[in-house]
Design a protein around this ligand. Structure first.
Ligand code: GAF
Length: 386
């Protein structure tokens, strides 16, 4: 982390020929459980991880905005007056979309100065670990500080989500930005996506001798196109047919009636969301009462629901989950929006290498691309570094 932080300062000085006013950072996230429940106003239980995006920012005396990054070989420049979703595209739509979205939430963008911004990150892109939310959250926190806007973190999460929905064009929920902004070390964030009430739930992994292993399948996904939007539309259609505002208002006990009202596919989409909400509540209760070693079956059931009912898994994710389970994992599931990205496995520390070796072997046997298998820790959310 020190390297990333000091590196971005040096890069900023090299690109812009001066020192930044400060450096801010925000983490990627892993969702422990609660998938595709956020935009249905249900429950999620993600945690911030020890992979971060850093943003060095310096205010300017004019209204110019310049943004560069270590991962794209271009400096994007525009005037603050030209900022708007139509003017934005590519990777810079994430940071500049945030600047625009702050205006949508009440910041007076006519009264603020321009800025120079440089971004670096060690959150893997396309791995389902929210590299995009990490950029949005770091930039939202930085601009909130230097422009002295005074927004709280829940509002900054909504700002990041607005940037992603409108400037980037991905119809995502509030989970990823919330995890990145509200996360705490060794804990998960239990978020009610309707009230936005957030509670910190200690994970107790180290005391229990457990690790979270990430299996990045290397199968890339994009939420601005394809299946994610389709699943969201099915959920909305299901809620409408059931006469409720959102699937949050449907309980497990209502599923018999739902089966009569809905076609088979919509029913299975609805059943995933409704049972997943219940699994989040059960996981939080189990963590508090019995600790992390007791949540394995809930993780496994979540994966089955996503594979069979929501149909957002891919063969690589299924293989990662099954291989982890067969080699000592207490529980495993795909994480994030699906159609690629990563799976997570809850693994006793002394079984981590066995799981790693078994997954590498299984992927090779199936002629799948080499996965990236590594452990993560639950870490601090977005913060000012210097
Ligand atoms: C992606 C989205 F960005 C989140 O809002 C959430 O819907 C998730 O997929 C699925 O749980 O990460």
């Amino acid at each position: 982390m020190t390297d990333l932080r000091s590196g971005v300062r040096d890069d900023f000085a090299e690109v812009f020929g001066r020192e930044p006013d400060g450096v801010w950072s925000a983490p990627g996230r892993v969702n422990l459980i609660g998938e595709h429940t956020d935009y249905n106003l249900g429950f999620v239980l993600p945690f911030a991880i020890n992979r971060r995006t850093v943003a060095a920012l310096g205010l300017r005396e004019d209204r110019r905005v310049r943004v560069g990054s270590t991962f794209a070989d271009e400096l994007v420049e525009l005037d603050l007056d030209a900022l708007g979703p139509d003017a934005l595209g590519g990777w810079s739509a994430y940071p500049l979309g945030v600047a625009w979205a702050l205006g949508q939430f009440g910041a007076d963008l006519e009264a603020v100065p321009g800025f120079d911004l440089l971004i670096d990150s060690n959150v893997p892109v396309g791995a389902g670990l929210s590299s995009s939310a990490a950029i949005e959250s770091a930039v939202a926190l930085a601009l909130n500080d230097v422009w002295r806007l005074g927004f709280d973190r829940q509002t900054l999460a909504k700002v990041g989500q607005r940037a992603e929905n409108v400037a980037v064009g991905a119809p995502t929920g509030i989970m990823d930005q919330s995890a990145s902004l509200l996360g705490e070390a060794d804990s998960a964030v239990f978020l009610d996506c309707r009230s936005l009430d957030a509670q910190v739930v200690p994970l107790g992994l180290e005391q229990a001798g457990l690790e979270i292993v990430i299996i990045d399948t290397g199968v890339t996904h994009a939420h601005a196109t394809g299946g994610y939007a389709d699943r969201r539309a099915s959920c909305e259609a299901g809620a409408k047919a059931l006469g409720v505002e959102s699937l949050r208002d449907v309980s497990v006990a209502d599923l018999d009636r739902a089966r009569e009202v809905l076609d088979d596919v919509t029913f299975r989409r609805v059943r995933h969301v409704v049972t997943e909400d219940q699994r989040v509540l059960d996981t939080v209760r189990t963590l508090r009462e019995h600790g992390p070693a007791a949540i394995g079956e809930l993780l496994d059931a979540s994966h089955v629901s996503m594979r069979d009912d929501f149909e957002i898994s891919v063969p690589e994710l299924d293989l990662a989950v099954e291989t982890a389970q067969a080699n000592g994992a207490i529980g495993a599931r795909m994480t994030g929006g699906g159609f690629g990205g990563s799976a997570i496995a809850l693994v006793p520390t002394d079984a981590v290498s066995r799981v790693q070796v078994a997954i590498d072997g299984a992927f090779a046997e199936h002629s799948f691309g080499q996965p990236d298998v590594f452990t993560v820790r639950a870490s601090q959310g977005a913060q000012r570094e210097s």
